[in-house]
Design a protein. Structure first.
Length: 130
């Protein structure tokens, strides 16, 4: 009986050492593969893009180069605080630009405005222009 107990004790002490020697190499991606599958990450990204699309609208265009090499364009940025699907209330920024080979003729203009009723007071007429 003592021999069986000694053999069992020997195997109990040696077995963990044998398993420790056979460890698999560490894969740094494993926690992400277990916690988040690709479909879950895509789902989260799609939800974030839907929210972004519901709150932001960016439009613009660039006119083709003219004979002098000038390029003109405009940019419009609209932010809907409550989302387009819930309200038409938005803040808007309009910009125009002109790039010219002549550095003195380059300009950039940006104007911010809120979609609100215009004030009756003429002194506040240009309050939203920077």
């Amino acid at each position: 009986m003592q021999k069986i107990a000694a053999v069992a004790l020997f195997f109990l002490l040696v077995t963990p050492l044998a398993w420790a020697g056979e460890t698999e190499p560490f894969d740094p991606e494993q926690p992400f593969q277990q916690g988040f599958s690709t479909s879950v990450l895509r789902s989260l990204l799609n939800k974030a893009l839907d929210v972004l699309e519901d709150h932001l609208e960016i439009t613009g265009n660039v006119a083709p180069d003219d004979v002098k090499g000038d390029r003109r364009g405009n940019l419009r940025f609209k932010f809907y605080p409550e989302g387009k699907s819930k309200s038409y209330q938005h803040h808007q920024a309009d910009g125009s630009f002109r790039f010219s080979p002549d550095l003195a003729l380059r300009d950039f203009y940006f104007r911010f405005k809120s979609l609100e009723e215009p004030a009756k007071n003429s002194s506040q007429q240009f309050s939203d222009v920077l």
